[in-house]
Design a protein around this ligand. Structure first.
Ligand SMILES: Cc1cc2nc3c(=O)[nH]c(=O)nc-3n(C[C@H](O)[C@H](O)[C@H](O)COP(=O)(O)OP(=O)(O)OC[C@H]3O[C@@H](n4cnc5c(N)ncnc54)[C@H](O)[C@@H]3O)c2cc1C
Length: 431
């Protein structure tokens, strides 16, 4: 059986690996001229190595950790440095937070855990699901915090996870994440990075594949007739028995399906939005932040929002990660690298003194993702989420947005396993 996998992000590459292991003939089609999609490492000859896209792996993201080990490396553990917090000119550290903020944090944590614990599967069986889904995370924080400091800190932390402003994020969607994380031993988020960079991991995955790989091929149209699927790309037309689409929702929206997808599927694709995100990366002569005994991680109320030490090679690097409306504003600036350096230097003059050069990566207008990670907007979980993943008439849908670990590399891998299980079940093979 001949299967086309469209998209050579990590979900497409993993799907192809699993299908080939089970004996299928697989061809991968990718719109870009590189592998990895939203995983994209930048490497330079002078020791610069960093992630322009996905980066952190939580300690319970076992699929990613196992894959890294399977491909011959050990995940890079994160040093235990507490983040700096800077709000309205006051400074604290995540291990010694302002009392009023800590009280708000503990209250929200307790309320959210209780609400999440009471959520049962299927989501529609919960009588409060609709109410929670209509409410945004921002509204929930507004209602349950007392101090401005606490509200800001909670917003800043959750915005990093969700990848966009919290007034555009469903409370129910966030609670599902809280439920997933509730059984963790401790703070297991952002525990590891991929050694050698995520692009290297994708190259290693691709090196395991036997089938053809067609790069620079943008899928435009899918026609189905006589149990065959015809794929029309910018560079030609190909026919397969089955197809797995791993492209993000904004890219799916631009593909013409003949016959059309069901109304439920089309609405789910349209309703699944992407978070706005940019990264600014600065190279410095030395890692000046370590002179303070600080790891470079920060949340602040200024326009650079968050930073961390992002160097995977020898060169000292800091990355600022900005999400939401402010991310769109950074895209509009003439020189976002210098503007960001100015903002950083206002807080830490050493930044200006040690600056070498910088890079800016914007995902807001990325032609094949239109955003960083998929975001569960208010109303999406109860109305649309159930329709985004299931296959329709021989077309299978993977990608992080179809998983229960939305917005993560782990989710992308989970989705690959799910589509393969769907195909094997129909074909009576096992995973
Ligand atoms: C800035 C940023 C930071 C992130 N941080 C983290 C993090 O710290 N931890 C984490 O776990 N995750 C993070 N993520 C998310 C993670 O990168 C994604 O969840 C994951 O890479 C998605 O993989 P995917 O295969 O589902 O989708 P993609 O990587 O988007 O792959 C889909 C592929 O389809 C291709 N495509 C699109 N349209 C077409 C078409 N018409 N024809 C052919 N090909 C097409 C695309 O070019 C792409 O290669 C981050 C993402 C970004 C952008």
């Amino acid at each position: 059986m001949k299967i086309a996998v469209v998209g050579a992000g990590i979900s497409g590459l993993r799907t192809a690996m699993l299908l080939e292991e089970a004996g299928y003939e697989v061809t991968i089609f990718e719109a870009r001229n590189r592998l990895g999609g939203r995983l994209f490492s930048i490497a330079k000859s002078d020791g610069v190595l960093y992630e322009a896209g996905g980066e952190w792996i939580d300690a319970d993201h076992h699929r990613v950790l196992d894959l890294i080990r399977y491909l011959g490396s050990e995940p890079n553990p994160l040093g235990q440095w507490p983040r700096k917090l800077i709000f309205r000119g006051r400074e604290a550290s995540e291990d010694v937070v302002w009392t009023e903020a800590l009280e708000d944090d503990l209250r929200i944590e307790a309320i959210a855990r209780e609400m999440a614990r009471d959520l049962h599967s299927p989501i529609s069986s919960n009588h409060q699901a609709n109410d929670f889904d209509q409410l945004s995370v921002a509204e929930f924080f507004e209602q349950n915090t007392v101090s401005e400091t606490g509200k800001w800190w909670l917003n800043a932390k959750a915005r990093l996870q969700i990848g966009d402003d919290l007034n555009d994020a469903s409370l129910l969607g966030w609670l599902l994440g809280v439920k997933q994380r509730a059984d963790r031993d401790g703070d297991e988020s952002g525990a590891y990075r991929i050694p050698g960079g995520a692009s290297d991991l994708c190259e290693k995955m691709a090196s395991k594949l036997q089938g053809d790989r067609e790069m620079g091929c943008v899928l435009k149209r899918i026609r189905q007739h006589n149990n065959q699927t015809e794929l029309v790309f910018n560079h030609g037309t190909f026919t397969f028995d089955k197809v797995v689409l791993t492209v993000p929702p904004p890219a799916l929206e631009r593909i013409v399906f003949e016959p059309a997808l069901s109304v439920n599927k089309r609405c789910a694709v349209e309703a699944c939005r992407m978070g706005r995100a940019v990264k600014i990366v600065w190279q410095f002569e030395k890692a000046w932040w370590r002179d303070y005994g600080w790891g470079g991680g920060m949340l602040c109320d200024g326009p650079i929002q968050s930073t961390w030490d992002s160097g995977l090679g020898e060169a000292p690097l800091l990355t600022a990660y900005v999400c939401g409306k402010e991310a769109s504003e950074w895209v509009g600036l003439g020189d976002p690298i210098r503007a960001g350096l100015y903002e950083l230097s206002v807080l830490f003059p050493e930044a200006q003194l040690n600056y070498v050069r910088g890079w800016f990566h914007e995902w807001v207008f990325d032609p094949f993702a239109r955003g960083g990670i998929s975001r569960l907007a208010p109303g999406y979980v109860t109305e649309h989420m159930q329709f985004i993943g299931p296959n329709e008439s021989g077309i299978h849908f993977a990608g992080e947005h179809t998983s229960s670990w939305v917005g993560t590399i782990e989710g992308a891998l989970e989705s690959a396993e799910r589509v393969c299980a769907e195909i094997f079940e129909k074909d009576q093979r096992s995973l």
